[in-house]
Design a protein around this ligand. Sequence first.
Ligand code: CA
Length: 423
Amino acid sequence: MTLNATHDPARKSWVDSANVRGGDFPIQNLPFGVFSTSGGARRIGVAIGDMILDLTALEARGALRPGGDRAVFDGGTLNAFMALPQVLWSETRREIADLLDVISGDRDVPLVKATDATLHLPVFVRSFTDFYASRAHATNVGTMFRGADAALMPNWLHMPIGYNGRASTVVVSGTDIHRPNGQAKGPGEDAPRFGPSQKLDIELELGAIVGTPNEMGHPITTAQAYDNIFGYVLLNDWSARDIQVWEYQPLGPFLSKAFGTTISPWVVTREALEPFRVEPPEREKPLLSYLREQTPNCFNIDLTVSLGFGGSAPEMISRTNARELYYSSAQQLAHHAASGCAMETGDLLGSGTISGTAPGSYGSLLELTRNGRDPLHVAGETRRFLEDGDLVEISGRCERSYRIGFGTCAGQILPAVQLDQDV
Ligand code: CA
């Protein structure tokens, strides 16, 4: 795909707040989400400045009909729209940009103030797969658990490593997360115990949402995989390190990552990200041909993690960039489908924790505090891992003369729920 009129940096909207420099949602962004007002039904919307364009209402009045005779904005999720042919994603984006354009626009379109809206999970997440695609993160974790010589497993430089996670506990930003209970055994302990995790952590990730499916038995190229991705969200893959380290062998993480995964409410389309495509890091080993890419499929997205306590404004604890990913989301998706696995509309692929090589650029507390050895000092508090009441916020943005913002991906930790069993 090439750049088109929807990427024109000079373009302005008649929604004034969309033209404020440094805002997340200018007319060049147009991310899709799901919202409601006053407890009403869920509607599909597009963020523009501090407003939301109501696509469900637009479709009902016949002003926008991407599905022709069939409504696609009346189901309370983006899935029906994402299942349409890719050319209709682009056409709809162009039509929305024209409606909101300062010159060609229609000032009678239905708009809702973002502050009057409640945002919901934007897609029905069919399946959630979590990868491990940042080399610095894999190296940091591997060094902590196995030593520097065996930091990267022998397969890591040859394929994106992943596992099948839980879709049922993927939640939208702002949803509280209960501290998980689980089984853990410290290195000096004779037997495992069951109780609230003592090493609750975050994972800063980019989430890719599959729009176009591939049929079971039919793998796809990396170029097809790039196109099949509808858009991207910020993702926090909450993790309980003490549960993880006891349970993960030999089949990988299980309950330590199944209790909650938070995503940002606005799906930034891959078309909006087109001007921000960058080459992945240099390949240390040549990849097998099914994983090779002819185009730069990584993105230059600035990412930050902030931590807040007791109502205080969150303070930044880490800053990194999605271009640190050694494997693009397209490579992750092509690899996922390579055996003939059917990937469906609404599948979510987590990139894995994104870390840079410098200490201030790590995407997990495990790395930032070296597994609790070097606590962080933030806003007068000391943290090795998360405590009850802590608030974590992830932000993401791409910058040129305008900003493509992802909004925030936030969650607060509630105390563990006691299991009422004493036998
Ligand atoms: Ca993860």
